[in-house]
Design a protein around this ligand. Structure first.
Ligand code: PLP
Length: 385
């Protein structure tokens, strides 16, 4: 057996030691609480499930789906963008459903990168922005996201050869893992950058619907000129508790959407049509308000407890994560190990999201309130003194 060498290009997996420890703890009878993964614990809205059940009973949905998506779904995305962002999209040319933002982001790398080209990826950032370009045989160049800049990449610092070779620029606000919201002027600067260097700007809008304290996240496509240079990847996973359904779309620049579609027709056969109809119903109903209320309550619980034990944390206005600095004397990895050892609570080391994640850890708010309260109590008890 000879696996492809392209797999050797992927960075080393940073969780094995932590995972070994979790297994060890569980085997020793410790009730481990994992705040590691961002996967909503509350259910998909019932009307969406009901629509799926009805649609799945119709044999008309049982055959290969059309990879362009059913008109009902593309039109529902267009209505949603119009209502929510004031952005008018043409469902014929500017929207294609995707099997999750992850599939879409990964395939954009295959659709747009050649071996000597570059994708500009946030550091720290969602791992597919860096793994995807490597698997496409290209290069990922990291753009540091630093607290002092509000976790905005410095696009003025990208010049010369890298800017020449760049074909994709990934942005994501509200941001995983930092919880940052869109820094002022970033989308406008990204449009200029896209124009200056002939780069496709890809805004990953996975968390625009999970925001707090009255903050309303914009779409990249609201920015003047955005549609000339960019696309947005919109996902139902987090806002509607639909991670398992694999429902998202690429929207925006028609040429980029068509290029993605051309690639995709060669890779998968689209989204189960009953799921497409359920996703259309979800979009028309809008994201349930309770989802964000739950995360806001949990965010407050976690941030208050961290503040009490002396961790200097800024409560995020979006996403489903709290991004906090590790106390002095620790690396991200050593602190996460200590937390697990002392309290049986799993948090993610910031360094697993890129070199500039070092010095931070991430807490996911996707466990039931009682478990989160228990985790917080344990953190208070074991790390507070
Ligand atoms: C920034 C970001 N993009 C994309 C995804 C994946 O989303 P989906 O479930 O739509 O594939 C995630 C999941 O955590 C994410 O954090």
């Amino acid at each position: 057996m000879q696996p492809s060498s392209r797999l050797d290009r992927l960075p080393p997996y940073l969780f094995p030691e932590l995972e070994r420890k979790i297994r060890e703890k569980r085997a020793a009878g410790v009730d481990v609480i994992s705040l590691g993964i961002g996967d909503p614990d509350t259910p998909t809205p019932q009307p969406v499930i009901d629509t799926l059940a009805r649609a799945a009973s119709d044999p008309g949905t049982h055959q290969y789906p059309c990879n362009r998506g059913r008109p009902e779904l593309r039109e529902a995305f267009a209505r949603f963008y119009d209502r929510r962002f004031g952005v008018a999209l043409d469902p014929e040319t500017e929207i294609i459903p995707a099997l999750g933002a992850k599939e879409c982001v990964f395939n954009l790398n295959l659709a747009f990168l050649d071996p000597d080209s570059v994708a500009l990826a946030a550091d720290p950032g969602y791992p597919v922005y860096t793994g995807g370009p490597l698997l496409a045989g290209a290069e990922a160049v990291l753009m540091p996201l630093l607290p002092a800049r509000g976790f905005a990449p410095d696009l003025d610092a990208i010049g010369g050869d890298v800017a020449e070779r760049a074909r994709l620029l990934y942005l994501n606000y509200p941001n995983n893992p930092t919880g940052a919201i869109l820094p002022d002027g970033l989308f406008e600067r990204a449009v200029e950058f896209g124009r200056e260097h002939d780069v496709l700007v890809v805004h990953d809008a996975s968390y625009t619907e999970t925001t707090f304290d009255g903050y309303v996240a914009p779409s990249f496509l609201e920015t003047a000129g955005a549609r000339d240079v960019g696309v947005e990847v919109f996902s139902l996973s987090k806002g509607w508790n639909m991670t398992g359904w694999r429902t998202a779309a690429i929207v925006g620049n028609a040429e980029a959407v068509a290029t993605y579609w051309k690639l995709k027709t060669n890779i998968d056969s689209g989204m189960f049509e009953a799921v497409q109809l359920a996703a259309a119903a979800a979009l028309d109903a809008g994201p349930p308000a309770e989802v964000t209320q739950i995360y806001q309550r949990r965010r407050d619980l976690v941030c208050d407890a961290l503040a009490e034990i002396g961790v200097d944390v800024t409560p995020p206005k979006g996403t489903i994560y709290v991004w906090a600095p590790v106390p002095g004397g620790h690396t991200s990895a050593s602190y996460c190990e200590l937390v697990l050892d002392e309290s049986g609570v799993v948090v993610s080391p910031g360094s697993s999201y890129g070199p500039n994640g070092e010095g931070f850890f991430r807490i996911s708010l996707t466990v039931p309130d009682e478990r989160l309260a228990e985790a917080v109590e344990r953190l208070r008890g074991s790390l507070g003194g």
